[in-house]
Design a protein around this ligand. Structure first.
Ligand SMILES: [Zn+2]
Length: 62
């Protein structure tokens, strides 16, 4: 399945080294998509399951 960047219409590349900084935490590098044109990154988890949103809700509840 191909994902197209919403900014410039380039086909996004599958990568495995997306660095995540989340609030104060640095999370392990993750699988995701990166646009070769503008460098925008998406987390695969975020695209497929919305897991990051669940984590956000959990963290904010503490
Ligand atoms: Zn782009």
């Amino acid at each position: 399945m191909a994902y197209i960047c919403g900014r410039d219409g380039a086909e996004m590349e599958e990568v495995y080294d997306i660095g995540i900084k989340y609030n104060e935490m640095e999370l392990p590098e993750a699988e995701g998509l990166r646009c070769p044109e503008c460098g925008m990154e998406f987390l695969m988890e975020d695209l497929v399951t919305g897991e990051l949103n669940d984590a956000e809700a959990m963290l904010e509840a503490k």
